[in-house]
Write a protein that binds this ligand. Structure first.
Ligand code: UDP
Ligand code: MG
Length: 315
């Protein structure tokens, strides 16, 4: 059997405090691998000196390669850029803030050798504040309800994928990269591997509330069309109610001689309907904007630098 090769993709956004420790810990882990390894660090347009530090890492250990995106494209796109450049038979993704301990990787590799194509890490505990934990728990449960896909609860992007999964993922042309949704969609033999998620090593989460909401939206609207169906059901139910209401008004008038008056009820119904109509338009808008993004066919990201690749010219 030929030697196995491994790739590790790590997105980096303003992580200069973490990079030295990340380097030491990842290096210790890949030294223990039974085959050649490459580490692809993707600088997602950091504003600090992360990129300079990554160049330095490559000089110290050529197994560490680096890509620099032309600006901040976001976590999911950074991961995708790394995956596009990964050459290993098994490709792993982990966060650059050491929340996903690199020491877990050998366990993922073990499951891969047992014949699984995707081994996703499932966290037992989140060492984060209550509000954030509650928000995540809610999101994953909504996602599970909404999508036809069974995206495993409490699994993030931390995972190992076989080369054939990566090849399959590249067949999906969509611009809207919700990596764990795509990973689940491709199928093959998937399994989870439990680990304890650490606190961020240093600095604050690089996900602002807006970015997190964006990710949640992408998650929901990219895996499910259920929101559209809900809008239709809502419309039908309301029409049903309206017909019943109309019958009642006519009945009261004809048989009991009462003409209904009522400003408050009219206002209530009007605002309710207005709300429904606007939110439904919003839902449609979400899909239209996604269609718009797709038809523009823009590249997903642009590179401004490469370190550790023979061809350093940037496309
Ligand atoms: N990240 C990135 N681009 C961004 C935001 C984050 O590449 O726009 C990276 C970040 O450096 C980290 C990983 O994605 O390695 C996860 O981000 P973070 O820890 O901020 O997210 P959280 O763990 O809070 O969900
Ligand atoms: Mg983190």
């Amino acid at each position: 059997m030929t030697a196995r090769t491994y790739s590790i993709v790590i997105p980096i956004y303003n992580e200069h405090e973490t990079i030295p420790t990340l380097f030491e810990r990842v290096r210790a882990v890949i030294d223990g691998f039974d085959g050649a390894a490459e580490v692809i660090l993707v600088d997602d347009g950091s504003a600090d000196d992360s990129w300079r530090m990554l160049i330095d890492l490559h000089a110290r250990d050529p197994r560490f390669k680096a890509l620099s995106l032309s600006r901040n494209f976001g976590h999911q796109v950074a991961v995708t850029a790394g995956l596009d450049h990964a050459r290993g038979d098994a490709v792993m993704v982990l966060d650059g803030d050491l929340q996903d301990p690199p020491e877990v990787l050998p366990a993922l590799i073990q499951r891969w050798k047992e014949g699984y194509d995707v081994v996703y890490a499932v966290r037992t505990k989140r060492k984060e504040n209550f509000v954030k934990r509650a928000a995540y728990a809610l999101f994953y449960r909504i996602l599970k309800q909404l999508s036809d896909l069974d995206i495993p609860l409490d699994s993030g992007d931390f995972c190992l994928m076989d080369r054939k999964v990566l090849t399959a993922m590249k067949l999906l042309p969509e611009r809207n990269r919700f990596v764990r949704g795509i990973r689940t969609w491709v199928g093959y033999r998937q399994t989870g591997c439990v680990y304890e998620r650490d606190r961020r090593f240093a600095g604050d989460s690089k996900y602002t509330l807006a970015k997190l909401m964006g990710l949640a939206y992408d998650g929901i609207f990219s895996v499910s069309t259920l929101p559209l169906r809900v809008a239709v059901y809502l419309g039908f139910s309301l029409s049903g109610l309206a017909v019943m209401g109309a019958c009642w008004v006519v009945y009261e008038k004809i048989f009991r001689g009462i003409a209904l008056v009522g400003w408050p009820s009219t206002m209530t119904v009007m605002t309710l309907l207005g709300g429904f109509i606007l939110s439904t338009l919003g839902v449609i808008g979400e899909y239209v904007s996604r269609i718009y993004q797709e038809v523009k066919q823009r590249p997903l990201y642009l590179l401004k630098g490469k370190m550790g690749y023979e061809d350093t010219s940037v496309p």
